[in-house]
Design a protein. Structure first.
Length: 564
C-alpha cells in the first residue's frame, strides 16, 4: 500500500504514460491488488485490475464451491453485488476522459459462467476495469490515490464484504433446484419445463426484465407435472413438453412467440425474480431462422434443396449471399452438425417456402421444377432417424397438424392442449404435404482449416457489442444468432478465434471435434485459457454454448472449409 501511495506522489503531474510504472502487485488490508494492464491514454479502454481476497478474510464455504453448478452461482452473486455497489455509489473522482470510472462485467438476467469473479480453493478474485485519473493527458496522482485508497475499499466493503451467508445460501439452493429439474427432464424425456406462475413476457423490446402485471403462465391440466425439488416444502408444478414434434398455435398477439422466446432462453438458467427462473429447456436446443444475405461455406443442404439452376451443387453449397430458404436450410444442417437435439422455429422469422408448400402452388410449379423440399416433409425423418425434436410456432398453416405429436394453443397468454381437435381438423381437410419416407442422409463432417481463423497482418479481432466481431477489416455478423444473449459471450468467441489462429487446433479434425476440444478447455482451465496472458484473468468473458461458437465460425466469410 505504501509503495503504491509513494508511486502516485512521484508520478503526479507527469505524462500519462508514466502510469505504466504502477503495474504490479500490492498488498492491502484484507486483499491483494494486481494492476495487470494500464491504459495508455485517459480516453482509451480502461485499465484492468484484480482484487484477490484470501479465504481468511472472506470465507467461501466448501459446500458453496465443491460442485460446479454451485460455484458458478456463488461467483455470479458476488459479481452482481459488486455491480450493484458501483451503480449505487456516486464515484467522486475528477479528471478527463474515463478518469475515476470503475466497472465490472455486470451479469444480466441469465446466470452464466464468467471471468468477472472466480473462486478457487483459497481465494476469491474480482476483476475490475478502472479509469486512471488525469488532467488533460497528465497524471492526477491525488485523484488516483483517492480512487485506490478510498473509493475501491468502500465499494468492496459495501459489496463482497457485506454479503450475508443466507444470500449465498439462497443462490446455491436455486442452483440445486435447477440441477434437480434438469435431472428429472432427462429421466422423463422432457425437452421443456415451464413452471406454473412463470412470467414470460419481457418489459420491452430492449429490456430483458419481466413485464409488470403480465399474465402468469399456467399449464394445461393434461401437460401438468409435479417435481419434488430441494429446499422447498411443496413440489413445483408446471408444463412438461415431451420430445417430439410440438406446435405452438394461436391468434396474433396471444403469446405464441413469447412462449417460444422463453423456451429458447431456457437453455440458460435465470436469476430469482426474473419470472423465467423455472423455465428450463433441453440445453442442446437451437433456434433456427431464415437469414437472408448470410455467407454459407461448403454446407450439405441437399436434404432440403436440390437441382438448383446451372447445376449448382447443394452437397457442398457455398454462397456469399444466401436466400431465405438456403440460409435456413444451412442453419438447420449446421445446428445438427454441432449436435443439436431440438430445433426451435417461429414462422415469423422463417422462409415461407422452406416451411411449407401448398397444393395450389404444387399445381402451378410442379415438383420437378421446385428445388426445395419443405421442412414439413422432413420433420418426421429428423425425429425418427436422428432423434431430433422440433418446436414450431405456427399461426398461418395447419398442414403441420398431421405430423405434430402435440399442439398447444395460446389464447390471451393462456395455453391449452388442442392436439385431438387439430388431428380431427386434419382428417376433415386432408393436406397435400408429402411426408418423406426415405433416408434423411448423413450429417456433415467438415473441417475448418487453420487459415479460416486468420486475423490478418495486425492480428486484430474485436467484439463489437453483442452481435458482431471485427476480424481484421471484415465484420462477422451474428445478428441471426438469437441465443447469443450476452456481449461477454461474443468477446469469448473473439478470443477463441485468436486462440485458434495461433494454436492450429482445427487442423484435420471435424468441427464437432473442435467444439468438443474448446469445451474441454473451458471445463478444465476456464475461459481465461483463451486469453493472451492466461495467468491473468481477462475479466469480461462469459461462456458461450458450442452452438453459438459454431454459428460464429460458420459465418466467417473467408472460412476455408472442406469435408473430412
Amino acid at each position: 500500500m505504501k509503495k503504491l501511495q509513494q508511486l502516485f506522489k512521484q508520478i503526479d503531474g507527469k505524462g500519462y504514460k508514466a502510469y505504466k510504472s504502477i503495474q504490479g502487485e500490492y498488498e492491502f488490508h484484507r486483499y491483494e491488488l494486481m494492476i495487470d494492464y494500464v491504459q495508455g491514454d485517459p480516453f482509451a479502454s480502461p485499465s484492468k485490475i484484480r482484487i484477490i481476497i484470501p479465504d481468511e478474510y472472506y470465507k467461501i464455504k466448501r459446500e458453496w464451491k465443491s460442485e460446479r453448478h454451485r460455484k458458478i452461482y456463488t461467483e455470479d452473486k458476488i459479481a452482481r453485488s459488486v455491480a450493484d455497489a458501483i451503480h449505487q455509489n456516486h464515484i467522486s473522482v475528477n479528471g478527463s476522459g474515463k478518469s475515476g470510472m470503475i466497472s465490472i462485467d455486470k451479469p444480466g438476467q441469465e446466470i452464466l459462467e464468467r471471468t468477472a469473479v472466480t473462486i478457487d480453493e483459497k481465494h476469491t478474485t474480482i476483476c475490475l476495469m478502472v479509469g486512471l485519473p488525469a488532467n488533460g493527458r497528465r497524471i492526477n496522482g491525488r485523484e488516483a490515490e483517492k480512487l485506490f485508497f478510498d473509493v475501491l475499499p468502500k465499494l468492496l466493503k459495501e459489496s463482497v464484504f457485506s454479503i450475508k451467508e443466507h444470500e449465498i445460501e439462497e443462490v446455491v439452493q436455486l442452483a440445486d433446484q435447477h440441477q434437480t429439474i434438469r435431472e428429472k427432464m432427462k429421466e422423463n424425456n422432457w425437452m421443456v419445463f415451464v413452471a406454473d406462475g412463470a412470467i414470460l413476457p419481457r418489459k420491452s423490446g430492449v429490456s430483458n426484465r419481466p413485464m409488470h402485471q403480465a399474465v402468469p403462465f399456467y399449464s394445461p391440466e393434461e401437460k401438468r407435472v409435479s417435481i419434488s425439488i430441494p429446499h422447498r416444502d411443496e413440489p413445483i408444478s408446471g408444463m412438461a413438453i415431451e420430445k417430439g414434434i410440438v406446435l405452438i398455435v394461436g391468434g396474433g398477439y396471444h403469446g405464441k412467440s413469447t412462449l417460444l422466446n422463453a423456451i429458447e432462453r431456457g437453455v440458460y438458467h435465470h436469476i430469482k425474480g426474473d419470472g423465467r427462473e423455472y423455465v428450463l429447456t433441453d440445453p442442446d436446443a437451437v433456434k433456427v431462422r431464415a437469414e437472408d444475405g448470410r455467407g454459407v461455406q461448403h454446407v450439405n443442404i441437399s436434404p432440403f434443396i436440390n437441382n438448383l439452376p446451372h447445376e449448382q451443387t447443394t452437397k457442398a453449397f457455398s454462397t456469399e449471399n444466401a436466400s431465405g430458404s438456403t440460409s435456413q436450410a444451412a442453419n438447420v444442417v449446421e445446428a445438427l452438425e454441432a449436435g443439436a437435439t431440438t430445433l426451435l422455429m417461429d414462422e415469423d422469422t422463417s422462409a415461407t417456402n422452406f416451411m411449407i408448400r401448398d397444393q395450389r402452388m404444387k399445381e402451378l410449379v410442379v415438383d420437378k421444377k421446385e428445388p426445395i423440399t419443405p421442412f414439413i416433409d422432413k420433420v418426421k425423418q429428423l425425429k425418427e432417424q436422428k432423434n431430433v425434436s422440433s418446436i414450431l410456432v405456427m399461426g398461418g398453416s395447419g398442414d403441420y397438424f398431421d405430423v405434430a405429436d402435440d399442439v398447444i394453443m395460446m389464447e390471451n397468454y393462456k395455453p391449452a392442449l388442442v392436439t385431438e381437435r387439430a388431428k380431427s381438423i386434419a382428417a376433415k381437410y386432408p393436406t397435400s404435404a408429402q411426408i418423406t419416407t426415405g433416408d434423411f442422409g448423413d450429417l456433415p463432417r467438415r473441417t475448418f482449416l487453420p487459415s479460416s481463423f486468420s486475423t490478418g497482418r495486425k492480428g486484430k479481432v474485436q467484439a463489437k457489442g453483442l452481435k458482431s466481431v471485427l476480424i481484421d477489416r471484415d465484420l462477422l455478423d451474428l445478428s441471426g444468432v438469437e441465443q447469443l444473449v450476452d456481449s461477454s459471450q461474443t468477446r469469448a468467441i473473439a478470443e477463441m478465434i485468436k486462440y485458434l489462429e495461433h494454436s492450429k487446433k482445427s487442423k484435420d479434425i471435424s468441427l464437432a471435434a473442435l467444439l468438443d476440444e474448446l469445451e474441454r478447455l473451458m471445463n478444465e482451465k476456464g475461459l481465461h485459457a483463451f486469453a493472451k496472458f492466461p495467468d491473468q484473468h481477462p475479466g469480461d468473458l462469459a461462456r458461450p454454448r458450442r452452438f453459438e461458437i459454431a454459428a460464429a465460425f460458420n459465418r466467417i466469410r473467408k472460412a476455408n472449409v472442406k469435408d473430412i
